[in-house]
Design a binder for this molecule. Sequence first.
Ligand code: FRU
Length: 495
Amino acid sequence: MSCNLLKAEEFIKNNKHIVNDKYRLTYHVIPEIGWVNDPNGFSYYNGLYHLFYQYHPYGSFWGPMHWGHVTSNDLVHWKYEPVALAPEETYDQGGCFSGTALVEGDKHILMYTGLGIDKQGECNKYNQEQCIAIGDGIVYEKISKNPVICSDQLPSGLVKEDFRDPKIFKVEDVYYCIIGTKTSDQNSAIVLFKSFNLTEWQFISILDQSDEASGGVWECPDFFSMDGKDVVLISPQFKRPEEYKYYNIHSNCYRIGKIDLDLGKFQLEHMDEIDSGFDFYAPQTLLDAQGRRIMIAWMQMWERNMPSHQEKHHWAGAMTFPREIKLVGNQLIQQPVEEIEKYRKNKYQLDIQFCGRLAHDELKGNTIELLIEFENVSAKAYGIKLFVGEEEETVFEYRVDEEVMVFDRRKSGIELKGNKNELSSNGIRSVKLAAEDKKINMRFLIDRTSVEGFFNHGIRTMTGTIYASKESNGVELFSDGTVNVSLTKFDIITT
Ligand code: FRU
């Protein structure tokens, strides 16, 4: 094990007891100690789900990036494995940035961005190059030919200092990777490279690029094919809002179309936001042994205050719950993986017609799942309040005429503020959602400091972190007219 890996392991072992568990989630991936951001190398290898992540063990803030590592056999319980990559070599001393994994026979291949340092020992932002490490599920060795793709291989017109987050994949005998970057006229882009041996890579093309000069990178691209279509997931920095979409400082987006790998072109048919809440970034997917396409994302947004850091709890950042994704036409559908059902306890069922406000003693909790169907009779606005306390509430309101779902966390608890450049109001996100036969279906996964909402069977999702006080665990329904409601609540207990 390398020096810096050993150092990280020692640090974690000796310090993890100091972590304060007040805000810790119970069925989502969080760090043992320290900071996490993007999921990395999400893959199914040797009969286990592997998730790596951007990791800074030494503080609850972003720092020189390591790759943390967890494994699971059911996507709910995760086991901490030794840190897989640490910054160490000249080409990655500044950090091992995001990347992906490829399974080839008994080899687990990781491809990541190495951030070099300059002569003064500072992170050199001009030096983002692509590297490979190969492992067996526990120990990963960086190969001697690193870096395998240098920023000098980018043609003029592309910005070398922003060249990161390779997504590696193989088609027949050829390796490909797509990498995020931007053009010198400030459009975001992804470029395509090709290799026959993993170590020598050839630039093919700008595969796809934005039609707005937002000045940001399309970070963390992911790519997969499904039902005859090709899908690229991207995390566009500084994308400008459009109607109800893209209100966070950095967004998430799926692009469906057709890739021609020989020509190096992507023909776009349709694009949309993946998740319309506050905290969802850098999603990655894997294909598992059952043929399921499963997505996970960082459940956080850059440049927001993070209470577990501010209150010195020695950890920060979490992943979303893994979601199975499907396509219906050009619409991405998301549902929590079915394994969550094994952990449902204490079923509570309510079928009722009501108008006004409805709360029940049994209807509460902050590690719960809720399945609700509203059938509208005469309401203009109805919905649910979560994390309800004397002065706190988190509201999901469906506005019938406007056909929008509104997620309002202005009174949720600790105020979560975005960067001043975030154009939107900080506490509200909305998404277009048509009722089906006057019905709106809602499903929520709530885990202490997070809520993930899935609407109309996963056609739309809204995710956010919530820092309510522990006593604020009420659930209330509301409606300004008559609605029929069928609600099922479960506690989610994983211990
Ligand atoms: C996205 C990102 C990546 C980068 C990583 C660094 O959240 O900025 O582009 O590789 O985080 O931690």
